[in-house]
Write a protein that binds this ligand. Structure first.
Ligand code: GLA
Length: 727
């Protein structure tokens, strides 16, 4: 609900459990007054205090009032160069070389429906949604900044987007344009970021804010394995169940920056948006620039609730129709089974074993096209290799269909191998700086996706392949970071646009693919989880979580990922043991328990799996299908933190009506003389009695307060699933 007090120019946004407020002050500066647990509509600007602070400049119009300074006020969208020395949100370079932004409120309006963005991902509103648009202008320049707000009451989600318009007659250069600025009048907060590397992505890293600027970002052209465009600020004592937590998420898949600054008077400012690194966007007269959308969730009751609100918002408002809510198939992927050496017969062998085990989708990974027998050639030539697949997809897909399986295919459209027809024809289509030899990554170069003709050519070939057979799934991969970023199609003064234009190009092609083949489920991937962000999820409802398929490492990866992203977003597969990445041996049951808390699949040569293991797989797929809604749509509770090195890791899904729950648990360390262990559950209805695994039954309040006694299992990495049904 949006409430505006016109007389005092107070703008209040209410969700079910939270309130967000800003106000235009006497100098038309938009100050941020409050974000926290839901309160009434009262003007909260009494919280903003004024004092004569040394070294804090006063705007000219404040006259002799030395208590009024932009450097000490909580601001809604911070300015630059006019007396606020904290993190700026925007920086504009004018033709005279000045780099400045001073913004004052000039208008606002409320519109029916949640705003949408052109060419960028966004959360989609439902009926009855509203948008608040606030216009700020620079009194000394012809520049207008529009702040748009969307309110999702049920998920306690607020979205923000920013549009800058050059209303003058000369071009200006935008050097920074953040999506989100959030000021707090306190600094006793912890910052949580999600960090890692290829194969160990999104490990939570939590630290109290210290004085100065701290944060994360990416300059790799993707959101990256190393950091994620999702960060949390929370009370120092906040935990899963308790404390005020602010989750902030950027819907963007390229270079980003999220910085928090704790400043001199115990204030904190969080700024998040496109990374200003090598960014410079020329705005011609009348042109606008739109910053990616940012989304905020405030949870007054801990990190768990914050996560559940994001999960719900992503599932219900970010994933687009017709795939929103659509059942995701159990898949078999041939990558770890065959790598590049396969042919139609080998694929058919795997499929023949997979189909009777309850696997529904066959995904043909890398190696099916051009000259591609290893990762040194072929990228860019999206033409079926007929010596591996005689008769093309037209011959292969019906064979799978006969087995009752649907078909999916791997592509890596943004890349080119130097040993490819595409590169021989168009060497200037790869990102490279004139006079320099570009760096290789996985022995491949990056195509200049800022150029429409490059995208057209690649898409044309891929579309023809997809149209040649009944394809129901595409894995869109991207296996290196961007370097040597320079586009042959842009003049020197526009080279600062290439990183962002590249992302817009990727989004445009994904959108085209989605429009041409609306029923195709696209799974994102970037060397595993190198582009796992809400921007991609708008186009690709699931993303391969990590190239690391070891069940025990995955406990940590999926735990960290779950802070921002739902189970239905996390690609997770059972693979062989010893695991190919770390050599660990885990039971087949445990690998299934971990993988089925994601978009479930297998990635191994099933034709070589012994009968006993096939029987386990059959049970796993049946169990997963039976409890599909609970697992994929249920409310997610983290019961333990795998980074604490405790004896086990446990998590739980509870159906929205709380009549069903599934607890999954993996023992990660083993000892003799095991202690008696009891696991306390969460999220149950205290009034209901639940039967556990068809056996004994206990009241919900008892299971939550007193707990469930865990069995003593022996052997490495054993696991357990408890299915609870209300009687
Ligand atoms: C990346 C992906 C893998 C696989 C290979 C194929 O590493 O993350 O899942 O698709 O590429 O080359």
């Amino acid at each position: 609900m949006i409430v505006i007090n016109k007389e005092h120019r107070v703008f209040t946004l209410h969700t079910k459990n939270t309130t967000y407020q800003m106000k235009a002050d006497r100098h038309n500066v938009l100050i941020h007054t409050y974000y926290g647990p839901r309160v009434g509509d009262c003007d909260l600007s009494y919280l903003v205090r004024y004092a004569d602070r040394a070294c804090a400049p006063n705007p000219h119009e404040a006259g002799t009032d030395r208590t009024y300074s932009l450097d000490t006020l909580p601001q809604e969208y911070s300015t630059c160069g006019v007396g606020d020395f904290r993190l700026p949100s925007i920086e504009v370079e004018y033709p005279d070389g000045s780099r400045v932004a001073d913004l004052r409120l000039t208008g606002w309006k409320v519109e029916r429906g949640k705003y949408e963005l052109d060419g960028l991902p966004f959360f989609r509103g439902t009926e009855g949604a509203e948008t608040l648009r606030i216009t700020l202008e620079d009194p000394a320049a012809d520049l207008a900044v529009e702040l748009a707000y969307g309110v999702f009451e049920d998920c306690d989600l607020i979205t923000r987007s920013v549009q800058v318009r050059n209303c003058g007659s000369a071009p200006v250069r935008l050097r920074q344009c953040a999506s989100l600025c959030l000021d707090f009048q306190r600094s006793d907060l912890d910052l949580i970021t999600f960090d890692g590397c290829h194969m160990m992505e999104r490990a939570p890293s939590r630290a109290p804010l210290r004085s100065g600027v701290q944060g994360v970002g990416s300059v790799r052209g993707t959101s990256s394995h190393q950091h994620n465009p999702f960060v949390v600020l929370c009370d120092r004592e906040a935990n899963e169940n308790y404390g005020l937590c602010y989750g902030t998420m950027l819907l963007y898949s390229g270079n980003f920056q999220a910085q928090a600054e704790a400043s001199q008077y115990d204030n904190v400012r969080l700024v998040m948006g496109i990374n200003p690194y090598q960014f410079c966007w020329t705005l011609e007269p009348d042109a606008t620039f739109t910053a990616p959308e940012a989304a905020l969730v405030c949870s007054p009751s801990g990190l768990g609730q914050m996560s559940r609100q994001f999960h719900r918002a992503i599932r219900e408002h970010l994933i687009q129709d017709p795939l929103r809510g659509a059942r995701r198939p159990v898949l078999i992927n041939n990558w770890e089974a065959t790598y590049f050496s396969f042919d139609a017969e080998k694929l058919a062998d795997i499929a023949k074993t997979a189909a009777p085990l309850g696997i529904e989708l066959f995904v043909m990974d890398d190696g099916w096209f051009g000259k591609r027998d290893d990762d040194n050639s072929g990228l860019g030539d999206w033409v079926v290799n007929h010596s591996k697949l005689p008769g093309g997809l037209e011959a292969l897909v019906p064979r799978l269909k006969e087995l009752g399986m649907s078909f999916g295919i791997w592509i890596e459209p943004e890349m080119v191998s130097e040993d490819s027809d595409l590169y021989r024809e168009h060497p200037d289509w790869a990102l490279r700086i004139p006079g320099r030899v570009p760096a290789r990554g996985r022995n491949q170069l990056v195509l200049d996706f800022s150029r429409p003709e490059v995208r057209r050519r690649v898409y044309g070939q891929i579309k023809a392949v997809l149209a040649s057979a009944d394809v129901s799934y595409v894995k869109w991969d991207m296996n290196r970071s961007l370097s040597d970023v320079w586009s042959a199609a842009l003049p020197p003064q526009r080279q600062g646009e290439v990183f962002h234009r590249y992302v817009l190009g990727v989004y445009e092609m994904l959108d085209q693919l989605r429009r041409d083949f609306p029923h195709i489920l696209i799974e994102g991937c970037a060397g595993g989880g190198g582009r796992f962000d809400a921007g991609m999820l708008y186009y690709t409802p699931q993303i391969w979580c990590s190239d690391n398929t070891d069940a025990i490492d995955r406990l940590r990866i999926q735990y960290g990922t779950s802070f921002g992203y739902p189970v239905s977003a996390m690609g997770a597969h059972v693979s062989v043991v010893p695991n190919e990445e770390n050599g660990r041996i885990t039971p087949m049951e445990t690998r299934g328990v971990v993988a089925m808390s994601g978009t479930f699949g297998y990635e191994m040569d099933l034709s070589a799996v012994p009968q006993e293991e096939q029987a386990i797989i059959r049970r796993q797929t049946a169990f997963f299908k039976e409890h599909y809604d609970l697992i994929q749509q249920g409310d997610y509770y983290r019961l333990t933190d795998p980074f604490q090195n405790g004896p086990y890791t446990a998590w739980e899904q509870v159906s929205p009506d709380r009549r069903e729950a599934l607890v999954s648990l993996v023992f990660t360390s083993l000892r003799a003389a095991q202690p008696f262990r009891t696991l306390r559950l969460k999220g149950l209805d205290p009034q209901q009695t639940y039967q556990v695994n068809g056996g004994g039954s206990w009241p919900g309040d008892v299971l939550m307060a007193a707990g469930y006694p865990l069995p003593m299992l022996s052997g490495d990495y054993q696991s357990l699933q408890l299915y609870l049904r209300a009687l």
